[in-house]
Design a protein around this ligand. Sequence first.
Ligand SMILES: *[C@@H]1O[C@H](CO)[C@@H](O)[C@H](O)[C@H]1NC(C)=O
Ligand SMILES: *[C@@H]1O[C@H](CO)[C@@H](O)[C@H](O)[C@H]1NC(C)=O
Ligand SMILES: *[C@@H]1O[C@H](CO)[C@@H](O)[C@H](O)[C@H]1NC(C)=O
Length: 444
Amino acid sequence: MRASSITFSAVALLPAVLGQLSGSVGPLTTTTSKAAKTCDVTKYGAKADKTTDLGPPLQSAWAACASGGTVVIPTGDYAMSTWVTLKNGKKVAIQLDGVIYRTGTANGNMIMVRDTSDFEMFSSTGKGAIQGLGYEFHKNDVRSNTPRLLRFYKVTDFSLHDISLVDAPLFHFVLDTCTNGEVYNMAVQGGDWGGLDGIDVWSNNIWIHDVMVSNKDECVTVKSPSKNILIENIYCNWSGGCAIGSLGLNTAISSIHYRNIYTWKSNQMMMIKDNGGSGYVEDVVFENFIGHSNAYAANIDQYWSSMSSLGSTGAQLSNITYKNWKGTQADGSSRGYLKAVCSNSKPCTDITLTDIAMWTETGSKMVNQCQSGYGTGSCLKKGTSTVSYAVTKVTETAAPTGYSAASMPNNLKTGWNRSSSIPIPTIPTSYFPGATPIKKVAGM
Ligand SMILES: *[C@@H]1O[C@H](CO)[C@@H](O)[C@H](O)[C@H]1NC(C)=O
Ligand SMILES: *[C@@H]1O[C@H](CO)[C@@H](O)[C@H](O)[C@H]1NC(C)=O
Ligand SMILES: *[C@@H]1O[C@H](CO)[C@@H](O)[C@H](O)[C@H]1NC(C)=O
């Protein structure tokens, strides 16, 4: 663990809730206090007619409320054909109760919020959404240079909650270089295609909880640089699955805690992906994972073939714990619950698997494989050596006791057809078997 100054400000969180956060997260002032002044976009030229461009009225309403107030997008259907950058805000909120339909086609971010502090973006009804209508591109196999829905850049002390992000032409939500943030009660529903990421975060001191993602790429994924990230109650409802990476040169990722992660019909339950990157990933906990019908479960791949090698050694992975994983996998004989292919130049150290009970849905064995990985569990070599070793396999032929785990009641039966419009979901009221959202769901 690298030294970090732990400061606890205003909001006292119990250590159990805090996880790996370094202090309080969220806006510094209340929703009510920001609502003392409102800037309603319909007073700045917006019309809920699904035709008039929301871009300029939203930009004007932001300018009027950016130094203290609430920008309101009332219930109704709005078209957005030009994108906005909302910057230099302080003590400001965006209340999105309407639905924003993408009509423009430029690349970039439909809504980018940057250099802003004490910020809240939310729907008071839980019905606010951005509908990206990505299928209009995807049906023609087009994805590059298309719009992204929402990006926060250098935003501090903030929250985003109770909003649906639907059918992004490219990414749904990115947290880039943000600090002290909370993201919760979110439904992200995208096409069944790679490259349509759900939530990507590279930031500091961020709590992401109670999020559902349907797509076929990143569910909730941590990138570099990141520190003190707590991610919990996540439902990858037919997705690519959660990941750390892909790792670039000079990766700096530490103190990451994922817990209560439910993964259904995804590529993996958790992947760390690298190919010739450098730097480190350390002090990571993956706890209370349930999976069903996924290809991989715990997957470390430092020679990941979907990225071209960056030419360095691979990042140093150390002190990574997998704890209390249950459920079943699609085909354990070709992919067991552990595939840890570590860098031969920088073998993984201190990888710990405890309380893992997973079995296969087809056949009657689990084949795990390890390469250059040290620690405790399955095929990992014991000890603290840094000597590389070739792939070794361990086969398990009996179902472990206690592997069976609850399923969520309404798993997505098949991915969203990328040639047809994807409906706006309702914000779920559970994201993990037996768990209810940590914070009240808007409109419930
Ligand atoms: C390993 O990581 C855990 C979780 O972040 C942390 O509590 C612990 O101190 C780390 N251990 C070492 C030896 O750094
Ligand atoms: C998962 O997706 C299915 C299909 O859209 C939906 O019915 C179900 O409510 C989703 N689960 C949650 C918790 O949102
Ligand atoms: C997706 O929708 C298109 C157009 O509606 C249809 O032709 C196609 O068969 C669908 N694909 C799948 C896999 O359902």
